[in-house]
Design a binder for this molecule. Structure first.
Ligand code: URA
Ligand code: SF4
Length: 243
């Protein structure tokens, strides 16, 4: 699984290519491409939808109002921004913050896939519905937010988009609670890896007990996509290879 399917060998190299990328029309209207930011060995990776105006101006992810909210959420976990990696499904701002078109998402996906492979995070926190659907097509954000979902060797934790919480203050407390499940999601991912056939022996009973008891709370742990069936579309197969 450590085989990399792309030719990129570092996160910086990916970023360099993104900065001058013209693989889709979003390159024509962007000010700066936004490859992503943070630790190239992060255990936790956050994936938003696409840069907004502030991000487009600065070339950095989540630096506007939604970014300020994300910063305060990270503090509450607690996590430092420099210890995580933050990126988006598309690296260039869709004009007027429209949703990215499928062909734009497809064009940009090799970058995200390579970032995931190289950084190899244990936990992927998707920010918002669109980002969740890339990884968990059958998901419904109103049901699945805050759930710890095992996907292959990683754990997915879908949460509401910070911008949604800014628009709807009632979502804010939900988002806080969901983000606070990140440490538990990391523990869950450790169990996944330690129970893999060639993984290290399971030793951490206390961790196992904590993670199992947590399954009784608001979210259940699932393994819905462990074995992609053979009749998936090629697009779905691409999503599977992210894990
Ligand atoms: N919203 C996103 O989805 N991504 C950003 O980088 C900023 C706002
Ligand atoms: Fe390239 Fe992605 Fe930007 Fe499109 S959105 S130009 S594929 S970096």
């Amino acid at each position: 699984m450590s085989e990399h399917s792309s030719s990129w060998t570092s996160v910086d190299q990916i970023a360099g290519e993104v900065l001058s990328c013209t693989r889709c029309v979003l390159s024509e209207t962007r000010t700066h491409a936004v490859p992503g930011d943070g630790s190239s060995t992060a255990a936790v990776m956050f994936i938003g939808e696409g840069p907004g105006q502030n991000e487009d101006e600065q070339g950095l992810p989540f630096v506007g109002r939604a970014g300020q909210l994300l910063d305060s959420l990270l503090e509450q976990v607690p996590l430092r921004r420099e210890d995580v990696f933050i990126t988006n499904v598309v690296k260039c701002r869709p004009p007027g913050n429209r949703d990215p078109e499928p062909d734009e998402v497809d064009a940009c996906m090799p970058y995200l896939r390579a970032q995931i492979e190289l950084i190899d995070p244990r936990v992927i926190v998707t920010l918002g519905r669109h980002s969740m659907l890339r990884f968990y097509p059958q998901g419904k954000i109103s049901n699945d937010h805050g759930r710890i979902i095992s996907l292959g060797k990683r754990v997915l934790l879908p949460v509401y988009h910070p911008a949604a919480a800014l628009r709807n203050p009632r979502l804010n407390e939900t988002l806080v609670q969901d983000m606070k499940r990140i440490p538990e999601a990391v523990r869950e991912s450790l169990l996944l890896r330690s129970s893999a056939p060639d993984g290290p022996a399971v030793r951490e009973t206390a961790v196992a007990a904590t993670a199992n008891s947590a399954n009784d709370t608001n979210g259940s742990t699932q393994t819905p996509l462990a074995e992609p069936s053979t009749d998936e579309t090629s697009g779905d197969q691409d999503q599977m290879t992210l894990f």
